[in-house]
Design a protein around this ligand. Sequence first.
Ligand code: BT5
Length: 316
Amino acid sequence: MNETRRAVLDALADGPIAGPALADDLGISRTAVWKHVEALRDAGFEVESASEGYTLADVPEYGAEAVEFGLDAPLDVEYHDALPSTNDRARELAASGASDVVVLADRQTGGRGRRGRQWSSPSGGVWMSLVLRPDVPPARVPLVTLAAAVAVTDATREAGADAAIKWPNDCIVPREGAERGGDKLAGVLTEMEGEASRVSWVVVGVGVNVNVDPETLASDATSVRAEAGDVERRAFVQRVLERFHELRDDPDAVLDAWRDRAATLGQRVRVETVDGDVVGDAVDVTEHGALVVQTADGREVVHAGDCQHLRPADGG
Ligand code: BT5
């Protein structure tokens, strides 16, 4: 949404305001005011016009303008009803120089997880990707994933789900005795391009099962609907973005918050890595987002892999 349209919207929200007064305030013509009001109506905002002027009566349920309205983070939003993958669209935008943009879709037809796995993305979920250009070396990028996991966990907790983080990128609802530690509520897929010393861009893909039935997803999946009931997606997305924005430039805050919400720490784990399995007790996360595992042979620092929470007796 451009600056002027945002200003018109803010004025309508504080309305009623008469067209001529708004034109004067913003230094634009009355015709321009009218065009902005019509464009907002087209985007689903309900704008009432009475003798005392325009008033904003209702905000659309979802979409770019709906999420941008009242968003307390400097991000532009691009919305699609359907996309193969918001990460793919975000990568295109990143390659053409964009930054601080969020790509949002109601559903994805080719949603991706890590290592080419599929990610089910029916209508009703929150599927989005942020394009960022942080001025950091690539080794710091995993912290972005941790920050996104914290943001999603906080938003789902506020929605009433009993969520926790499973290293590195899962938001789960822990269940006693469950094979993978619990049911998966959300996942984060971070992709980047850059050189050894500096990142060119980062795309943070976030998928949250919000207003969807878990039966339509993978096994061991759950949703906010199943845990706590449906939420307003517009407010939910805003909460995730605002929380992420608060954390993103503060590595210490990210690590503290992550440790505080991690179901993995203190657990017996098996991490499948490209060099084989690491089994032991998860004791900490490093400043680069790696998992520290106390094994029978000493401490190992694991940078990437799939983590399983084991029952105490499992795995030796
Ligand atoms: C992830 O991968 O958890 C990262 C998921 C990121 C999805 C977002 S949506 C917006 C953006 N655009 C994309 O195309 N992707 C990102 P991973 O840890 O590899 O987990 C994948 C595994 O989770 C699959 O193999 C399934 O077992 C399971 N799974 C698939 N869809 C799921 C869902 N909706 N909920 C829970 N689990 C699911």
